[in-house]
Design a protein around this ligand. Structure first.
Ligand code: NAP
Length: 286
């Protein structure tokens, strides 16, 4: 299979981003892309990852969709056809992550973009009542898994002087909330790691972004956080209009459509029904 390099001429008509024609912008389809690329997505079996895969395949990209649950990946492959290839991967497995990147690049050519999306929150209790195993799982997945994948793709991107790494952070990495303890701290890592990558990549056409969403509905995130308790998860979104996985997918698609000289460092996004909270004050605390 021949996959076009982003350095080859664009296969799709590019919008003129410097001099946009307002009417044309209004009438254009949403996914304006540079050219067909190879995109590796972690955590593509559900939620954001699945929506990103759907959107990018429909836009003409080839997607390598990875996650642990084979049945969910198979269902996505059946829906999206030959432009989606699936691979079982636990991002906590450092050797498997590196081996998969090597195997994909050997068989299918360069990975032009990596979307580090796999991640999870476990529990919402106070730190002193939390499970150390759950803390380990969040650190291993949200931090170490993301680092392993980044380390596996980065040298070849730098060598080609082209690529994107899009990381899924969270507003929990910036704004503390009760019970956010280790989950929020892992996302603070994602934020700072992304900015530090940017420092190392100065002058290179390898782009790095941290997308930091607030309340997002319609994914498995809260069900996972509450250990499979769907009612408890549903309560999180009751009476709200959260942002959706499609909103995140549109954001990723936009980032990948930007010209080579543009890097989006950080995007913080929230639904209109959410805002950062005030400081908590315990009065007359003993
Ligand atoms: N939803 C929100 O409100 C929200 C807000 C801010 C940030 N985020 C972040 O956005 C990302 C996606 O969230 P989401 O809402 O789409 O969650 P989701 O629906 O629960 O999906 C999480 C994905 O991560 C994968 N995953 C989990 N552990 C993994 C592991 N060890 N190895 C490989 N894949 C793993 C899961 O696949 P398998 O179980 O099949 O492996 C699944 O595909 C996460 O990083 C999350 O922290 C979410």
């Amino acid at each position: 299979m021949h996959v076009k390099s982003p350095l080859e001429p664009a296969a799709f008509s590019l919008p003129n981003l410097r001099n946009p024609d307002p009417l044309n912008c209004l009438l254009s389809p949403p996914a304006a892309i540079n050219t067909a690329m190879n995109v590796l997505i972690t955590g593509a079996s559900a939620g954001f990852g699945r929506a990103i895969a759907q959107r990018l395949v429909k836009a003409g990209h080839t997607v390598f969709a990875t996650a642990r649950r084979k049945d969910k990946l198979d269902a996505l492959a059946a829906e999206l056809g030959a432009k989606l290839m699936t691979f079982e991967l636990d991002v906590r497995d450092r050797n498997a992550s590196a081996a998969l990147v090597q195997e994909i690049e050997r068989s299918h050519g360069p990975i032009h973009a990596l979307v580090n999306n796999a991640g999870l929150a476990l529990g919402l209790g106070p730190a002193h009542q939390s499970s150390l195993d759950e803390w380990d799982t969040m650190i291993d997945t949200n931090i170490k898994g993301l680092v392993y994948m980044t380390h596996a793709v980065l040298p070849a991107m730098v060598e080609r002087n082209h690529g994107w790494i899009v990381n899924l952070g969270s507003v929990a990495g910036t704004y503390p909330y009760p019970g956010g303890n280790v989950y929020g701290a892992t996302k603070a890592f994602v934020h700072q790691f992304t900015l530090n990558l940017k420092s190392d990549l100065v002058g290179k056409k390898v782009r790095v972004t941290s997308i930091e969403p607030g309340l997002c509905g319609g994914t498995e995130f809260s069900v996972t956080r509450f250990g499979g308790d769907a009612d408890k998860a549903a309560n999180v979104y009751q009476g709200t209009e959260p942002i959706t996985a499609d909103d995140i997918a549109e954001t990723v698609s936009w980032i990948l459509s930007l010209p080579d000289h543009v890097n989006i460092n950080t995007i913080e996004m929230m639904p209109t029904c959410q805002a950062p909270g005030a400081f908590a004050i315990a009065r007359n605390a003993s």
